[in-house]
Design a protein around this ligand. Structure first.
Ligand code: SF4
Length: 408
């Protein structure tokens, strides 16, 4: 049995696809590199934007022909869109074999067995870790209720995995060649298992033999705490980069989004991160329904102060079923104009951030023989070739576009 994974959406979904594949692997499955050679297609879906859900559903529609081409082929539709649309999908797509919503990941093995469509579980080694980064999901769900976001209603409240289980998974990935561990969760830094905080977990994961670097995604500003900052300050294995979605720089909009922090709190946390030598990238939404010209101006001035080295900027798009979708919306022309202004600013700041790396020393984890990623998340090209997976200490000679060049 060969399985092709088709994943839509975020890094967490990619990790979830691998976790579901591990259950299939334990039932004798191998990985297929294309749908043509596959017996099973697992579609892991995203519903964060309407567009993402449409893409997943139309992909499913196109699989009717694939299924007819060979008897015995199976289709599994999983993840956030599967959670939202539920079993009703089988009425519209009768050729669909199994629906497994995002809340069912822990139960996926049992669902496979209950369907009677797959062989029973055997004693097998886990699938081989690919690449230098091992992804480990440490929590699922979200306890916030941001007014533009559908995630809590499809993923449910926060559930943290036991620290012991996370350390075992880390050890397994490190033994299979992972040098960098990426801890994943919807609000990853809200992690708590008994008296193990997120900061404790970062330190413990970094102590696992073979682990050279620890990253995490996606943190929430409310949980940038003193003990997290202390952990970063004292532990060089914790990456000097954070992707911290701020969404807006206006206290009024942040309150209407129910983000749980103010502009002032953000400024203080960003300053503390900068003091620890951490580069920050972010996500920003422009054109939230109540965003005035002044609110947008507040976002621009915050971006100036924060000097993000990268920012993913999105036009607000209403998500059916969320409170913000019920508010009177701004016109598309306003959204486009604001996005344009913000993107220009971000481009300039990004070029500045690259230029500022010139003359600094960086620890580069080599992902190719002559290219790797610094702890603060810049791609660096080296003059000499090094062993893939090694960490080299280099001085940055120049910056060009989105690449840094090390000295000879
Ligand atoms: S923190 Fe807010 S934006 Fe992020 S998943 Fe939770 S509700 Fe959605």
């Amino acid at each position: 049995m060969k399985v092709f994974l088709q994943t839509f959406g975020c890094q967490m979904n990619l990790a979830d696809s691998e976790e579901m594949f591990a259950h299939l692997h334990a039932r004798g499955a191998q990985r297929a590199l294309s749908p043509d050679e596959a017996d099973v297609i697992l579609v892991n879906t995203c519903t964060v934007r309407e567009h993402a859900e449409h893409r997943a559903v139309s992909f499913l529609g196109r699989l009717a022909k694939w299924k007819q081409q060979k008897p015995g082929r199976r289709i599994i539709f999983a993840g956030c869109a599967a959670q939202r649309l539920g079993e009703g999908l089988k009425k519209e797509f009768p050729f669909l074999d199994l629906v497994s919503g995002a809340k069912k990941i822990d139960d996926f093995g049992r669902l496979l067995d209950a369907s009677g469509l797959f062989p029973p579980q055997q004693e097998t080694l886990p699938p081989q870790q690919e690449g230098l980064t091992g992804y480990v999901t440490i929590m699922r769900g979200c306890d916030f209720r941001c007014t533009y976001c559908i995630v809590p209603s499809v993923r449910g409240p926060v559930k943290c995995l036991p620290a012991q289980e996370i350390l075992q998974q880390t050890a397994q990935k490190a033994a299979q060649g992972a040098k960098e561990i990426m801890l994943l969760g919807q609000t990853v830094n809200a992690y708590k298992d008994g008296d193990v905080s997120f900061a404790d977990l970062l330190n413990r994961v970094s102590e696992v033999p073979g682990v050279e670097r620890v990253r995490f995604m996606s943190p929430h500003p409310a949980y940038i705490t003193p003990d997290f900052l202390a952990a970063v300050r004292h532990n060089p294995k914790i990456a000097r980069h954070i992707h911290l979605p701020i969404q807006s720089g206006s206290t009024k909009v942040l309150q209407e989004m129910k983000r749980g922090y103010t502009r002032q709190m953000l400024l203080e946390k960003l300053a503390a991160l900068q003091e620890c030598g951490i580069t920050v990238s972010t996500d920003i939404i422009v054109g939230f329904p109540t965003e005035t010209e002044q609110d947008f101006e507040d976002t621009l001035t915050l971006v100036d102060k924060a000097r993000f080295f990268a920012a993913y900027c999105f036009k607000y798009s209403p998500r059916q079923g969320t409170p913000a979708a019920q508010m009177p919306q701004l016109g598309q022309d306003v959204l486009e104009q604001r996005l344009d202004i913000l993107l220009n600013k971000v481009r300039d700041l990004s070029a500045l951030a690259y230029a500022q790396q010139v003359g600094t020393r960086q620890q580069v984890l080599m992902e190719e023989e002559n290219k790797g990623r610094s702890s603060n998340n810049f791609w660096v090209k080296t003059a000499k070739n090094y062993k893939i997976g090694s960490i080299v200490d280099v001085e940055i000679a120049r910056a060009d576009g989105t690449l840094l060049f090390a000295k000879e």
